[in-house]
Design a protein around this ligand. Structure first.
Ligand SMILES: Nc1ncnc2c1ncn2[C@@H]1O[C@H](COP(=O)(O)OP(=O)(O)OP(=O)(O)O)[C@@H](O)[C@H]1O
Length: 346
């Protein structure tokens, strides 16, 4: 299938969409999808993720901006390419299978020509569902329905595959299994994919690239590692998991924080900044005269979560690898691993 995929990237510039006058669902969104890569789109509820997917698919008209695949303009001033001409495969949250068609007919639905059934069967077999070809959606489990939906999306060798929360509604174990299987299928197909998720861990686990969305704009893109360790803003940092936000004043080239000074070469003395500290950044060592006291110790599977508090009542949560001998009441010193610390303008 890889050969038939269009190896061109999708480019979105300044996409705007306003359903009602007062608020823009898309307020000038920019995004590039690299060919053959999986991009996860993460953002709070109402930030415009589904609208962006629908605009790419052509189900929503843009009020401004442009969407193009390579040199072909899909949407732009005076142009709106019909959805069926965009070669987009979609997998929705509810799978949207046709209830009156069996699995094979569902996968063959968008295919034309004499080979339709053969291609559809090959997709079903790739999904290890060849034996369920004659089953109707109500005879399939949730996970199987999702796999049929993915097979249907991939069957016409689409230029772009869009997945809107494809694993919600499944339990944790199945979700993880299906996630791995989906990523594997997309990679084998060489698909260029954009996957909406609410789940930061899921986004980081599946994606080659992350796109963070807020208030109708893409606020940051990059590899999961880079975005996680170098968020551009407090909003971006919070979208990817727990973070301490410390407002701090810069003096002598460093932000003065309760966890110690943090070098700030990009900011001038006298500025106020936000120092963003992941819980993994805070290293604890037992010290009888240390400035913090452990007030809580909680096991979180792969790590221990300690809450520490100083004399001013300022508390922080840390993630410490297991095992640790620290206990509630112990006095500790802190050091910061700057790999997990970012400074952004306030
Ligand atoms: N058909 C519609 N008519 C009016 N407003 C809409 C319509 N669809 C979406 N909106 C509004 O547009 C904004 C963006 O919605 P969208 O569904 O794109 O967000 P989302 O990021 O996908 O949210 P969620 O994560 O909750 O699915 C929201 O404020 C929403 O209320």
């Amino acid at each position: 299938m890889t050969d038939t995929h269009t190896r061109r990237g999708l480019s979105i510039r300044g996409a705007q969409r306003r359903y009602v006058k007062e608020t823009a669902a898309l307020a000038g969104a920019d995004l590039d999808l690299e060919p053959g890569k999986i991009t996860a789109l993460l953002g709070p509820s109402g930030s415009g993720k589904s609208t962006l997917l629908r605009a790419i698919a052509g189900l929503e008209r843009l009020d401004g901006g442009e969407i193009r695949l390579g040199d072909t303009v899909w949407a732009g001033p005076g142009r709106h390419l019909a959805p069926e001409r965009r070669r987009v495969g979609m997998v929705f949250q509810d799978y949207a299978l046709f209830p009156h068609l069996d699995a094979l007919a569902n996968v063959a639905f968008g295919l034309k020509g004499p080979d339709a059934k053969t291609i559809a069967m090959a997709q079903l077999e790739a999904a290890e569902l060849g034996h369920k070809a004659k089953a109707f959606p109500h005879e399939l489990s949730g996970g199987e329905q999702q796999r049929v939906a993915l097979a249907r999306a991939l069957a016409p060798a689409p230029a772009i595959v869009l997945l809107d929360e494809p694993f919600s509604g499944l339990d944790r174990r199945l979700r993880q299994e299906l996630r791995e299987r989906t990523v594997d299928t997309l990679r084998r197909a060489g698909a260029t994919a954009l996957m909406v998720t609410h789940d930061a861990d899921e986004a980081m686990a599946v994606a080659d690239a992350l796109a963070l969305m807020d208030q109708g704009r893409v606020i940051q893109t990059g590899t999961p590692e880079h975005v996680w360790t170098h968020p551009h803003s407090v909003t971006a940092a919070r979208l990817l998991g727990d973070i301490e936000v410390i407002e701090a004043f810069i003096k002598a080239g460093a932000a003065d924080t309760p966890l110690g000074p943090v070098a700030t070469p990009d900011f001038k003395n006298g500025c106020t900044v936000y120092v963003l500290v992941r819980p993994q950044a805070i290293r604890l060592t037992m010290a009888a005269d240390g400035p913090f006291t452990v007030t809580r110790r909680r096991s979180a599977g792969t790590h221990l979560a300690f809450t520490i508090e100083n004399a001013e009542g300022r508390s922080f949560t840390t993630h410490t690898p297991v095992p640790s001998t620290l206990a509630v009441g112990d006095r500790v010193d802190v050091a910061l691993d700057e790999a997990f610390v970012t400074v952004v303008g306030a």
